[in-house]
Design a protein around this ligand. Structure first.
Ligand SMILES: [Zn+2]
Length: 352
């Protein structure tokens, strides 16, 4: 019989409070706690099922499911463990005392809770560097009213700017889910199954500082990365806007750039997934209206262009305005009046 793990996403999407202060670099947007919690629960659900667990989502909707309803459901289904995903808050401001880091909360005196928390913390402190605040004993509803082993994980502080931005970073959400799953596996002595990624020939190691569902969040990060002197670009993959800084065929080169970015304060992930390139909307060049080449058009030849057959042209040709005398598909015959000068590809002509 597979173990049944109850997963709680902490709060409803719109539960009062439970959000970051306005974030200036995101145009004053606030990030609600549940925007992180529910994503981690979603990825944790996938991770645990892959490892052979059964799961019970005690609050599968964005509604504000009461804590009593959550714990009652887990108790009635006789779950084997209860894991609640949260993000901490201190004073609701980015200034002042600015605590940060992860903590795992257990019911006072619970030995099974401590054992599960120790297993999870062992993995959770890997990956993205974060302060480890340790295991804390608290008389919280989700810990007290559950009949099975239970933990409540605070994965960072919403009112610490760096950790607030991590909340909407999909790489970070997936990392937290994976590490939590590894800890649950260890506690239940179930082997952790790695997600199989097919190795590709000609793999490039891409250095990435963030992945977002919302393009403007990715653009805000690009501005920060550029301000520290790094080249950056955006790619789109699986509904995500990814901010990447470089791609290398040798992993040590990617690691070296990742280290530089880290020391500039960025979160860095190395991925082998490519994506379609995206032009940042703020930096998008204005589309140049293309005039079509027609017989009779006045044109110039693009500097350095060759003849249709691939031969070189004399320098003066690029400085002269010609008439299009004949057009056959992409082959344009140009000249002055009826005097033919050359045949060139029509894409090498600029209509005057
Ligand atoms: Zn919470």
């Amino acid at each position: 019989m597979a173990y049944l793990i109850a997963l709680s996403d902490g709060h409803g999407l719109e539960t009062a409070g439970k959000r970051t202060p306005p974030i200036a670099s995101l145009g004053g947007r606030v990030i609600r706690e549940n925007e992180f919690n529910r994503e981690v629960v979603k990825y944790l659900d996938i991770e645990l099922k892959r490892c052979g667990f059964q799961t019970l989502l005690v609050a599968p909707t964005d509604a504000d499911t009461s804590l009593t309803a959550r714990t009652n459901l887990a108790n009635s289904k006789k779950a084997d463990a209860y894991v609640s995903i949260h993000y901490n808050a201190f004073d609701g401001s980015f200034g002042g005392a600015n605590p940060e880091g992860i903590s795992i909360h257990i019911f006072p005196g619970s030995t099974s809770g401590r054992k599960l928390a120790e297993s999870i913390l062992k993995y959770l402190k890997n990956g993205t560097p974060q302060v480890v605040r340790g295991i804390k004993e608290d008389n919280f509803h989700e810990l007290r009213e559950t009949k099975m082993v239970s933990v409540l994980i605070e994965n960072g502080f919403m009112d610490n700017l760096r950790e607030a931005l991590l909340k909407i970073n999909v790489d970070f959400q997936k990392e937290v889910a994976k590490e939590t799953a590894q800890g649950i596996c260890e506690y239940f002595k179930v082997p952790y199954k790695v997600e199989v990624e097919k190795p590709l020939v000609g793999t490039l190691y891409r250095v990435q500082t963030g992945a977002f569902r919302n393009q403007s969040n990715a653009e805000a990060l690009m501005v920060q990365v550029k301000s520290k002197g790094f080249q950056t670009y955006m790619v789109q993959d699986g509904g995500l806007f990814k901010v990447q800084v470089g791609a290398f065929s040798k992993k040590p080169n990617a690691d070296a750039l990742a280290a530089k970015l880290k020391s500039s304060g960025f979160n860095v992930f190395i991925t082998t997934k490519s994506g379609a390139s995206v032009t940042s909307s703020s930096a998008a060049p204005k589309p140049v209206p293309t005039k079509t080449v027609k017989v009779g058009s006045k044109v110039k030849v693009k500097s350095g262009a060759k003849t249709f057959e691939g031969q070189g042209l004399a320098d003066f040709v690029y400085k002269t305005i010609y008439d299009v005398i004949q057009l056959n598909g992409n082959r344009a015959v140009i000249g002055s009046g009826k005097t033919v000068v050359a045949a060139v590809h029509k894409n090498n002509l600029i209509v005057q």
